[in-house]
Design a protein around this ligand. Sequence first.
Ligand SMILES: [Fe+2]
Length: 198
Amino acid sequence: MASFSEINSQALEALETHCNNFVECEGFTEQMFADKAIELLGHVEAFRESDIDEKHEFGEGLTYAAPYVSDRMVVLAMFMQPGASIDAHDHHGFAGVMRVIQGQVEVHNFTLIDGGCTNDEFNIKSGSRSLVAQGQYSAILSDDSNIHQVTAGERGAIFLDVYVMVEERGRSDFFEFLRTETDGQITARVKASVGIPE
Ligand SMILES: [Fe+2]
């Protein structure tokens, strides 16, 4: 049986070249990276779960696999049961694009306020919510799309992420919400920090 990497070798090679260019070429903005990565992810063929060898638990109703990992690029596949949710988290040292390949997800973005961390607590504010359906995309950049929560629709969802490492190896901090003020400001703290697979 062909592996994910074998099936998608040309598309993955093009993505890897694109990631290297993004990191090494001056004047290459994150938005430029995202636009092209979206196009290139579209060339990754629809795959069956059986093409992926090893999956890992990632909370209730969530499993993921990292079918392609290199120094600078990681492709993740996330499998979400109906209604399952990936808690709000940020993205340190990496940028990326997610492409939904089955079902749909709601992406809820948050923005940092007050410059971020005080006494291990952060103040964040709820931002846009968007539905991302099969074949659609959402970017993970270092602007106000950097913190998000992802919730699967009633039929569940599978999505692919491509991440490019901008600084060494990236990581995501996952938040728990402590309280919400009447003006919508949320006080949160980090409950877990997860590194990008190596
Ligand atoms: Fe994320």
